[in-house]
Design a protein around this ligand. Structure first.
Ligand code: FES
Ligand code: MG
Length: 585
């Protein structure tokens, strides 16, 4: 892809070539308006004329606990921009709080991506600092910057401190699920549960397990969009303040260098991102987001690429839920992402350019590991090859995903009778019924939880264990859905079944009692139902009623692509229509 506004390689932009000069430069009536309104805000012409205007897209809100420090951290970014001779402008953007949004933040990832892209397009800005971190905010902001293709740098919110309860370390998400099951099994009291509630989130910042947030910010760095080491910097560390101001300084230079996202986000850079995701023991959500991001950058990455890297890159990051003990705070003290990437250099394209202005190889040169139990060597991994696996078969012809690294290994090869639910409330009711005739060999199935069915593909994929089985001492069983699951979740959960059941994918044809088999080694998933029988069921299938008849939800369900295609909107594919023109007058 080319950008006709780019200066030749190696050349620096002149002030007259800045995008913002089209707003502020001309001696005409419109520019008179732009200049006089800047002066209305108290800015003298010396403060903007000839300077890169740097947008700071801030995804702070009063209902976004992971980004609560962004309210003031943005001032540190501005300080850096000013110091480097730029003109910082803060533009608030949709805050996508994973903790609060219903039905699921995934419904709104593309909305933030579109909002952020259009904010950049419509305003007089030359470069952008993207402030995000809580799950979907990272891919959304990067999707926007890639499509808009002006110099961009990502500032991750950073992981929160470790949780603590009665001297025990608590991990975001993972320990909520774990202690909830303990409560349901009668192993802890209501008072204990309240203690966990008060201790599990002790500071601002993102989830500190290897959930979607830490996975996606690591990916943002691996693909070249974060300053070196920034993705493992803790939210509450003073280094995070310095990261913010350094990012402000650096983006001004990147504008003069015209170092645009598409120059950084090459196919090789995406291969680096996938390799790092595998080594981190990534959240399954990373697959969907990375496919969407790569495709916006013009690279046809798909499930097969994840399978390819999963087969060769082991998990060397010992952070829960794939690891058994440590959290992101430990990972940071152990050397963080730079040390991890240095340990796996043989799997990386070291020549890829990054937003630091240096190559990935230069960024990681000399990065040391300070705790070899947290960041392992390739020959002493946490989990060997295959931490994520893509399964296909008559139940999911376009592919689905399982995380062998975070499940009971006895379910890697399993056959059992399906118990099928069409909606989450009836599943929930059943699992709480202690008289339910269910065994750990059964296969729990939830459908209508995909991109259109959920709607928005909620994180329901770690289907709750039946209470009866918990009391019998079971903690895992095979579960299948077209939903996603939180990166902090674990278990023998087959996710992202595509095509989804709501649009008539084969999962829609499964019935309670059918035998379902998976064989992770063979990468297969199937229902033991004859073709003739499936054809009869397909003929009788009736599509469920639409969730939305108007509004954003309607647009979403009309245009959302399936999980194996990254859940981007079809009209945002790079091959859809001519490029969006720059606003001219
Ligand atoms: Fe924000 Fe987990 S809820 S990162
Ligand atoms: Mg999450």
């Amino acid at each position: 892809m080319t950008d006709e506004r780019s200066a030749p390689a190696g050349a620096r932009k002149t002030p007259e070539e800045l995008r913002s000069a089209r707003w502020f430069g001309p001696a005409d009536l419109r520019s008179f308006g732009h200049r006089s309104r800047a002066m209305q805000m108290g800015y003298a012409p010396e403060e903007w004329a000839g300077r890169p205007v740097i947008a700071i897209l801030n995804t702070w809100s009063d209902l976004q606990p992971c980004h609560s420090h962004f309210k003031t951290r943005v001032e540190d970014v501005k300080r850096g921009v000013l110091m480097a001779g730029g003109f910082p402008v803060e533009l608030p953007a949709l805050s996508l709080s994973e903790s609060y949004l219903k039905p699921t933040s995934m419904l709104y990832r593309n909305m933030l991506a579109m909002e952020a892209e259009e904010l950049l397009r419509a305003h007089p800005v030359d470069g952008v600092v993207l402030m995000g971190g809580c799950d979907k905010t990272t891919p959304a902001l990067l999707l926007a910057a890639t499509s808009m293709n002006i110099p961009a740098i990502f500032v991750p919110a950073g992981p929160m401190l470790r949780g603590n309860w009665h001297g025990k370390t608590l991990g975001s998400g993972s320990d909520s699920w774990k202690y909830w099951d303990e409560l349901r099994a009668g192993k802890i009291t209501d008072k204990d549960w309240l203690g966990v509630e008060g201790g599990i989130a002790r500071s601002y910042g993102t989830c500190m397990t290897m959930g979607t947030a830490s996975t996606m910010t690591a990916i943002a760095e691996a693909v070249g969009m974060v300053l070196p080491g920034g993705s493992s910097m803790l939210a509450a560390d003073s280094g995070h303040i310095r990261l913010a101001s350094e990012s402000g300084r650096r983006i001004v230079e990147a504008v003069w260098e015209d170092l645009t996202p598409r120059k950084i986000q090459t196919f090789e850079a995406y291969e680096n991102a996938i390799a790092v995701a595998m080594a981190m023991g990534c959240s399954t959500n990373a697959i969907i987001h990375l496919i969407a991001m790569a495709r916006r950058a013009g690279h046809a990455i798909g499930l097969a690429d994840f399978e390819r890297f999963s087969r060769k890159v082991p998990v060397i990051c010992n952070v829960r839920p794939t690891g058994d003990t440590y959290l992101m705070e430990d990972f940071f003290y152990a050397g963080g992402i730079l040390a991890l990437m240095n340990q796996m250099r043989e799997h990386l394209h070291l020549g890829c350019m990054t937003i630091s202005g240096q190559t990935l190889g230069e960024n990681i040169e000399g990065a040391e590991v300070y705790n070899e139990d947290v960041i392992r060597t390739l020959d002493k991994p946490i989990y060997g090859e295959g931490s994520l696996a893509v399964l296909t078969g008559n139940l999911s012809p376009q592919g689905c995903v399982i995380k062998p690294a975070a499940m009971d290994q006895k379910f890697l090869k399993h056959s059992g009778p399906a118990v099928v639910f069409d909606d989450y409330p009836s599943l929930k009711k059943a699992v709480d019924d202690e008289s339910w005739d269910i065994t750990a060999d059964h296969v729990l199935v939830l459908r209508n939880a995909g991109p259109q069915g959920g709607p928005g593909m909620p994180e329901w994929g770690m289907l709750p264990m039946p209470k009866k089985l918990l009391k019998e001492g079971h903690r895992d069983m095979l579960r299948i859905s077209d939903a996603r699951m939180s990166g902090t979740s674990y278990g023998a959960c087959v996710l992202h079944v595509a095509p989804e059941s709501f649009i008539g994918g084969p999962l829609a044809l499964l019935r309670t009692g059918d035998i379902v088999s998976i064989d992770v080694d063979a990468r297969s998933i199937k229902m033991e139902v004859s073709e003739t029988e499936l054809a009869a069921r397909r003929a009788a299938w009736v599509a469920p009623a639409a969730h939305y008849e108007r509004g954003y939800g309607w647009v979403f369900t009309k245009h959302i692509q399936q999980a194996d295609e990254g859940c981007d909107f079809d009209f945002l594919r790079t091959d859809f229509g001519a490029p969006v023109p720059e606003p001219s007058i």
